[in-house]
Design a protein around this ligand. Structure first.
Ligand code: G4P
Length: 533
């Protein structure tokens, strides 16, 4: 098949949600449709979130499983679908943000009872920053949830995105009967099935068909017709271009666990969602159709097998054709590498791959050469834009607990932060090390892994910092002055960028007011706001 055909048949996306909204359940139903799994219950990675926050040993145990579900690929009606898994646990939010750099669109799951939740809001901000096209799936319609119109209003207001319902629920809670597809104008009433794809589908192609009364009852039929009319008045027609630009989110309603509305979602998703897109770099835009291979690392998973201490770097192919046993240029290290056992993931099966196309994710075995954001090319030098570090939320000082093992500690903390477990900041002079993470769990993971994988002991001591801001100024003198006056709060990130660690938002506000010539940025890549895929 020609490369263009290969590109056009691929869809690479992520499913995101606040924990418990139904991301895992929906993923599983999609895999069932694709025939990638035969029974429900096969996707377990997300269950990590169910463990207590400090129970990271459980997470260690789950590691192997979550690697297998990092990418779930399956074919459906001639399309090759790559679902990139995003951790549900809030302490791994940064991992999720990074995974979102590797997708071309997302499906956002919202719980119909709870509506928009904290994590939904934050994830949406990340999507908005990159203009990622979003489809919303309002789940758990079988519960006594909120009114569908109210939910749409809340999404528009809270997530700051225009919406356009493409399916509509027939009643809700215990009376929920199915969904009407407004896009295609047909009604599908599934028989609920929690374990397999429903094979019995009752279809009506005309909403005025008297058959509707027989199937859902007079009251619900009348309500559906009234709602459908209202929707046509209230909402503009669905404009695919607006969706692709990230300005408009089509909305579907359903119940993942009962398999209501999932097929509508999948079919429309395949019809409208973007094919693999190119990526912006610091020199030019890389188009997927380009002949030469380009890919970037968005995730690193370590220590799959404690006996071998290997890592697996996940590379998203941006352009060209990736081939096994071929030399590629590692831009940051200025070295060439080739890979004899690159892997892809078909559902839960890992298998060696000979070639991969734009949109695909390839797992590369690594012995410490990769860092998040690294780029492989066929010789050209550039960096991919849009993979910034975001401000961590918790900061602690890393203290060496065993001076005889300084080297091991150095190596360990460098590698773990290259993997993106947390961020490392260094203060000069003095070489004090601060670690910033999104959740408490990361500190435990680091401490444990430093000891077990590198033989280094460390302690984390609390410090009074709450936010990291990357600094920039046209006026070097002002910047130098700021560094001098605020030396106890000024640090460098791993790439040598200047960072201000603010003790509180109040301090940050004050410093911004007092230093108008200095820019304070909440992520390491200042122009990400304008990056459009
Ligand atoms: P997550 O990945 O977003 O965190 O959510 P997950 O799919 O694990 O779903 C969270 C809980 O919500 C699960 O119940 C799941 O069965 C349930 N759920 C998912 N979709 C629906 C739906 O459409 N309706 C209803 N009523 N429930 C739904 P659990 O009891 O926490 O886990 P389990 O023992 O059922 O796996």
């Amino acid at each position: 098949m020609a490369t263009t055909d290969e590109i056009n048949r691929r869809r690479t996306f992520g499913i995101i949600s606040h924990p418990d909204a139904g991301k895992t359940t929906l993923t599983e139903k999609l895999l069932l449709f694709g025939g990638a799994i035969q029974v429900a219950g096969a996707v377990k990675s997300n269950k990590i979130k169910k463990t207590a926050t400090s129970d990271f040993m459980e997470i260690e145990k789950q590691r192997g499983i979550s690697v297998a579900t990092s990418v779930m690929s399956f074919e459906y009606k001639g399309k090759l679908i790559n679902i990139l898994d995003t951790p549900g646990h809030k302490d791994f939010a940064e991992d999720t943000y990074r995974t979102l750099t590797a997708v071309d669109s997302v499906i956002m799951v919202v719980d119909s009872v709870k509506g928009v939740e904290a994590q939904t809001r934050r994830l949406m901000e990340v999507c908005a920053m990159r203009k990622t096209p979003v489809i919303v799936f309002i789940n758990k319609m079988d519960r006594e949830g909120r009114d569908a119109f109210d939910l749409l209003d809340e999404i528009e207001k809270e997530l700051k995105i225009r919406v356009r319902p493409l399916s509509w629920p027939i009643n809700r809670g215990s009376l929920f009967k199915g969904v009407y597809n407004l896009h295609k104008k047909y009604l599908n009433l599934f028989k609920p099935s929690t374990t397999k794809v429903a094979d019995e589908v009752l279809q009506i192609t005309d909403i005025n068909d008297p058959e509707l009364e027989k199937l859902v009852g007079e009251k619900d039929a009348a309500q559906l017709r009234e709602d459908a009319e209202t929707l046509e008045i209230v909402y503009d027609n669905f404009d695919v271009q607006e969706y692709l630009k990230g300005n408009l989110a089509p909305v579907f309603f359903g119940s993942a666990v009962n398999n209501f509305g999932v097929q509508e979602l999948l079919e429309t998703f395949l019809e409208v969602s973007p094919t693999p897109r190119g990526r912006e770099t610091d020199t030019r835009f890389v188009e997927p159709e380009e002949k030469k291979m380009t890919g970037f690392i968005f995730k690193i998973h370590a220590n799959l097998d404690p006996k071998h201490r290997d890592r697996i770097a996940f590379m998203r192919v941006i352009s060209g054709k990736f081939q096994r046993h071929t030399y590629y240029h590692h831009v940051r290290l200025e070295k060439n590498f080739r890979f004899s056992t690159p892997v892809t993931f078909m559902a839960q099966e890992k298998s060696i791959v000979d070639e991969a196309y734009p949109g695909d994710v390839v797992g590369l075995y690594d012995t410490g050469n990769f860092k998040i954001g690294d780029v492989l090319t066929e010789g050209e030098d550039f960096r991919i834009k849009g993979i910034p570090s975001f401000s961590p939320e918790i900061f602690k000082e890393l203290v060496n607990a065993d001076p005889m093992k300084s080297k091991q500690l150095e190596k360990g903390i460098t590698q773990l932060t290259d993997e993106g477990v947390a961020q490392l900041f260094t203060q000069q002079p003095g070489n004090r090390r601060f670690v910033g993470a999104v959740g408490e769990l990361q500190f435990e993971v680091i401490q444990y892994r430093l000891l077990h994988e590198y033989g280094a002991s460390c302690r984390f001591e609390p410090i009074n910092m709450t936010r990291a801001c990357w600094l920039r100024s046209e006026n070097q003198q002002k910047l130098d002055e700021f560094i001098r006056f605020k030396h106890s709060n000024v640090v460098y990130d791993k790439d040598g960028h200047l960072v201000y660690l603010a003790p509180s938002d109040w301090f940050l506000k004050m410093e911004r007011e007092n230093n108008p010539e200095i820019e304070f940025h909440f992520n390491s890549e200042f122009k990400t706001e304008t990056v459009e895929y």
